[in-house]
Design a protein around this ligand. Structure first.
Ligand code: 2HG
Ligand code: ZN
Length: 462
């Protein structure tokens, strides 16, 4: 630890745990994007809010950039430290602090994994309903930083809906206690909502008070095979009309191909071009009849060619696996990721335009489509051909993203639905936010982080 700035840091915060081994710098300096070479100065692992504040004050004094860090499961480069930053990992601050049965809230430290929040809520007979495949590794602080969505947004909304309050350390080192769990609070700007989706550029979230809700009702999972993309939104309408949907997700045969190659069992004997996995409330005969009616209506219209309904929890989990394992099964191809959204009403026109556009732009690439179609959110993963180098591949994908951004602009959509902007989509922010809006964002950043030490270069250049 020869860097004098680090000696000074340990003098200022003697109890601080600090890591500087090459393996740690590599591990904590990257996220799931794997595109940048990690090169942080060191990793700080504070155990208390006071330590976080002291680290931020030190960083101000020495003008060292800080990268707030959770589970680093992000897909937009928001937690990458490739320029000598100090990674501020919340991993040790991972406890449940309080449960309030009257308010139905759970107060947690920011480093707690999402799965541990689910478990804690369940122990109290309630649920925290935000959920997605990386639940075991991602942290609540990271979920807040990205306003994470996932597979149950259609029923419960994004992370934003479930944050009753939070404590945040600003770029000045001040601790803000935002909203304090209140349900009603009409007392001016709601800074809590500014922090959500700010990607660690305005403050370090250290604690959050999460709203909990009733435990999930009995449900069933159905997997549908579809003959074409065009019928997707019709199938969605047929199911939404008749059922209380918990999830409505789609994927293509290419996605299924990779998940099966990764070890899953084929759901049907035949191959179909498109699939939907949907979960819906199904506790009584009327709900079961409604599900059958939705399925039959789709079969009669020729919108669905086959289907299977889960008969047990094990089978439901197997069907979900076909959708949830997609990201992991594609990881070895270093995919270029797009995470776009439009309003549901704009989806049919957007899908038609995008399919034509990507078909022309990527005639020889393996392009894998999947996502939260019920939320108007598509994930488009372009797999890197084995013979192609990283740079040439990314350059080609960036050209196509420019076209995609144009299409999103025409359909009033977003270049990032739920993964954040980070480094990956920084160049395309203006396709979703006006210049005037971005200027306001810059102004807000200057107030909360006047020296620009919090996650600089992410989201936009200050
Ligand atoms: C999902 O919906 C995640 O599974 C990851 O948001 C999406 O890998 C992706 O592109
Ligand atoms: Zn997703």
């Amino acid at each position: 630890m020869s860097d004098p700035r680090l000696t000074d840091l340990l003098q200022a915060v003697p109890t601080l745990r600090l890591k500087t081994d090459a393996a740690d710098l590599e591990h904590y300096g990257r996220d799931w994007t794997r595109r940048w070479t990690p090169a942080p100065l060191a990793i700080a692992l504070p155990g208390t809010v006071e330590e976080v504040q002291a680290v931020v004050r030190w960083a101000r004094q020495h003008e060292v950039a800080i990268v707030p860090s959770g589970g680093r499961t992000g897909l937009s480069g928001g937690a990458v430290a490739a320029n000598g930053e100090l990674v501020l990992s919340l991993e040790r601050m991972n406890r449940v602090l309080d449960f309030d049965a009257v308010d139905r809230t759970l107060t947690v430290q920011a480093g707690i994994p999402l799965q541990a929040v689910h478990n804690a809520a369940r122990e109290h007979g309630l649920q925290y309903p935000v959920d997605f495949a990386s639940r075991g590794s991602c942290s609540i602080g990271g979920n807040i930083a990205a306003n994470a969505g996932g597979i149950r947004v259609i029923r419960y909304g994004n992370t934003r809906e479930w944050i009753a309050g939070m404590k945040v350390v600003t770029g000045i080192g001040e601790l803000l206690d935002l909203n304090r769990g209140l349900l009603k609070n009409s007392s001016g700007y709601d800074l809590r909502h500014l922090m959500i989706a700010s990607e660690g550029t305005l403050g370090v979230v250290v604690e959050a008070t999460l709203r909990l809700t009733d435990p999930p009702r009995p449900s069933n999972v159905m997997l549908l095979a579809l003959p074409s993309f065009e019928v997707l939104m019709e199938v969605f309408a047929a199911f939404r009309e008749r059922l209380q949907l918990e999830a409505f997700e789609f994927f293509t045969d290419r996605a299924l191909h990779h998940v099966l190659a990764h070890g899953a069992q084929p759901p049907f004997s035949e191959v179909h071009p498109y699939y939907v996995v949907t979960e819906y409330e199904s506790g009584d005969e009327a709900q079961e009849a409604a599900a059958m009616a939705a399925f039959q209506a789709c079969m009669e219209h020729g919108w669905v060619s086959d289907g299977v309904i889960s008969q047990s929890e094990v089978q439901a989990a197997q069907l979900w696996r076909l959708r949830e394992d997609i990201t992991e099964s594609l990881a070895r191809y270093k995919p270029y990721k797009n995470d776009v959204s439009v309003r549901i009403s704009a989806m049919p026109a957007f899908l038609q335009e995008t399919q034509a556009l990507l078909g022309e732009a990527y005639p020889h690439f393996d392009v894998v489509w999947f996502g939260h179609i019920g939320d108007g959110n598509l994930h488009i993963n372009v797999l890197q051909p084995l013979e192609m180098g990283d740079e040439a591949f990314i350059a080609q994908c960036e050209q196509v993203t420019t076209l995609l951004a144009g299409s999103l602009q025409r359909h009033a959509g977003s270049i990032s639905a739920e993964h954040g902007i980070g480094l990956v989509k920084k160049g395309y922010l203006e396709s979703t936010r006006s210049r005037a809006e971005i200027e306001v964002m810059r102004g807000i950043k200057r107030v909360l982080d006047p020296q620009g030490i919090l996650n600089p270069g992410k989201l936009f250049d200050a």
